[in-house]
Design a protein around this ligand. Structure first.
Ligand SMILES: [Zn+2]
Length: 171
C-alpha cells in the first residue's frame, strides 16, 4: 500500500474497523508521517448464473441482496441479517466450487438461508421461484421449509457440540 502523499511503501496501521463488507484502516506513512485511509473489500464472487431460458449472466451480489430485501419487506428481519444471509449464501456458493450454476441452484441456497430467517419471506421467495399452481404446492413447500429448519437446527447443535469438544477442560 503506497502512501498517496510521497509514494513511500511503508506505513503503520493506526486503527482498523469493519465497514460494510470490508475493513477500513487508518495508516500513517513511515516516510513522510502523513495519515491516510485504506479500504479493503472482499473480492466479488466470480460465478455465472444460467437462467431458466438458457441465458447466462454474471452473479450480481446487489441483485441477490435486493431479491432478499423484497421478500423481507415489512417482515421483522433487520437489514444486517439480510446482509449476513447474503454473505452465507456466497460462502456456500464458493464452497460448491463451480464456476457456473443454474438460477434454481442459487435459489435453493438462498431458500436454505431464508428458512432460518423468516418463514413468510421464505414462502414469498419460494413462490416467485417455483410459481405455485395451487395451495397443495404451497403445503408441499411448507414441508420442505420444516425439513430445512430441522436440518439447520441439528447442524447448529452439532456445531455447538463440536465447539464444546474443542474447548480445553481444566478440571
Ligand atoms: Zn508518505
Amino acid at each position: 500500500m503506497r502512501c498517496p502523499f510521497c509514494d513511500g511503501g511503508a506505513s503503520r496501521v493506526l486503527d482498523s474497523r469493519e465497514a460494510g463488507r470490508g475493513v477500513r484502516r487508518r495508516r500513517v506513512c513511515q516516510n513522510c508521517g502523513q495519515r491516510f485511509t485504506t479500504y479493503e473489500s472482499q473480492a466479488p464472487l466470480a460465478l455465472t448464473i444460467l437462467k431458466r431460458g438458457g441465458r447466462a449472466e454474471g452473479y450480481d451480489r446487489a441483485k441477490l441482496l435486493h431479491s432478499l430485501q423484497v421478500v423481507c419487506y415489512k417482515r421483522p428481519v433487520p437489514a444486517v441479517q439480510i446482509e449476513a444471509a447474503v454473505d452465507r449464501i456466497e460462502a456456500e456458493l464458493a464452497r460448491l466450487g463451480q464456476s457456473t450454476i443454474s438460477s434454481l441452484q442459487l435459489a435453493s441456497v438462498a431458500l436454505d438461508q431464508l428458512s432460518s430467517l423468516d418463514e413468510i419471506a421464505y414462502l414469498s421467495y419460494a413462490s416467485s421461484v417455483r410459481r405455485f399452481h395451487d395451495a397443495e404446492e404451497v403445503l408441499a413447500e411448507i414441508e420442505v421449509l420444516r425439513m430445512l429448519q430441522r436440518r439447520n437446527a441439528e447442524a447448529r447443535v452439532q456445531m455447538r457440540l463440536q465447539f464444546d469438544e474443542d474447548q480445553p477442560h481444566w478440571n
